[in-house]
Design a protein around this ligand. Structure first.
Ligand SMILES: [Zn+2]
Length: 67
């Protein structure tokens, strides 16, 4: 079960992709967590990543992540 405080390393550990759902255009896309880990570090909380993501479709910044 995903935990609220899950961090990026738990994705790579289980070989999981991060899913990003855009609240603006209702699209979801897969994000490879590896570049995010390189940028923010292994212990960075997944929940916090969503602040940095921008939707490729509509450029919206209101996104929610799940995994
Ligand atoms: Zn969008």
């Amino acid at each position: 079960m995903p935990r609220e405080d899950a961090c990026l390393s738990s994705l790579s550990k289980h070989g999981l992709k991060l899913m990003v759902y855009c609240l603006g255009c209702k699209r979801s896309s897969e994000v490879d967590p590896r570049p995010l880990i390189e940028k923010y570090g292994h212990s960075y909380p997944i929940q916090r990543v969503q602040r940095h993501l921008k939707c490729v479709e509509c450029g919206g910044r209101k996104a929610t992540v799940y995994w």
